[in-house]
Design a protein. Sequence first.
Length: 529
Amino acid sequence: MDELPLELAVDILSRLTNSDDLARCRAVSKTFNSIARQVRIVNLICTRSRFLKSRRLLPESEIITTPFKAIFRKLVSDSRDLQSVSIGVEKALGGLQFIDLEEDESDDLYLTDVNFVQEWLPNVCGNLEILSISDFWIQSCWRRSGVLALISSNCSSLVELELKNAWLSVEGLTEMPNLRSLTLEFIRIDDENLDKINSCFPFLQVLNLIGVGGLKEPKIHLLHLRACHWTVSNAPLSLAISAPNLVELTLKCVKPKGLVLKTPKLAKFQLLLEEANDVSFSEFQDLGTLELVSPDINRLINCIPHFGNTVRKLTVDSFKSERAKLGLETLLEAFPHIVSLGLGPGCWSEMESCLEKGGPKHRSRKSKLREIKAHIQTRDVGVTVSFIGYIIENCSGLTDMRLLKHDHGVRSKLIRTCTKCHPGVRWKWGMWGGFNPNNPFGSQQFQVAGEDIYEWKSRENVQSNVLSIKHKEATSRSITTSGLSKGRMPTHDRLFRWNIIQNSTCVICNEEEESHDHLFFRYRFSAET
């Protein structure tokens, strides 16, 4: 480090993911201590290990632990030109409960404490552009903080602000004309209609409200807003967004009595809605990507007749649905120009059931649909195969089908049947998991499990059969001459030895272990070829 140019050394230290290492460097080296004064980024996280040591809950905690706040104050006290400051607690501490701690009233990790922030913020706010504070919920949830007012009065150059796990007051909050990005995550805020947010941050371009409580009739009215992610934790009376320049919106809410969107330039929209009595959307002129998750997709589609023609990529799913079943023909009529269609497990089951019971049949017509990705739960492989055939028959332009099953079940039989009956389609198969159909708000939607995905291209499409294996933890590989000759292909027996997959059986024959020799020499099809 002593031989590196000063600017390069400072840049390296500024890129440390945790400034705890920077603090150690300052303690052992005068050179590092001198360089550290010019660091532009400070990022300090209190780990679970440090927390337990400070509480003397670990064997080695007999060693005196320097208070976390003291370390942070030392880091920023001598810094000359800080541009970014981030302080917080590790996510692992979020699982602790009040009952786990003996000291309910301690404040050693109460990071939005105005007195603590007042000690260091005025000294570093001159060129500060990014500020992030992630508080310790057990200590902050019952203490109302006025840190917003303190930040607004000191940080005139701030561009990006992130606050997490706190109870925030808006009293004394003043306008911040330079702020462009605001994130409030798991926050209780004393601004039930978001009036202060709208008036004090008028030039916001990015707004993230994740699990913000204390709202009654919140309305976002920001003329310059371009992207918004809003996850509503409670059930407010109504929700409204008026943002003429909004391009990207993710909105997740439970049961608002009313929902009003005035966002004419919206291009990408993700809506997860359990129920709404009154839904009103303005005309979306440029909407190209749409994701809808709701127990009543039919009703939502009826609310959006103005912009169905512009959507090119559509993803839909339903949950806890006891209402009118959704049919494929309904989607293709409402969104006639979609090229890519994603179907969640609930939606796939509804459509399959609708066809099985003799529901409305799609009138065959020219479709622009090229790709379908579906998460399926197979009850009867015969019904599933019939539904897949129905889709392919009525979507003449369909070229790609990616089907992810929830369990192994009859996967091999389904794969063999589909690839044999529909050789003109490129098939991809895999597993999915992590979705609770009864609680989509509490789990990651369509999370693909760590299983392998197989792609099979038939001879009608390419000159020779190509088998590609894709895995969440591995890069895509295709069969090459060098790999074939050296036996280095990612066959199942090798992937199983590497602990990448759980089953080494060949998915084509489902009889023997899939190995290099089995695929290319011993398998009956290979032997005949």
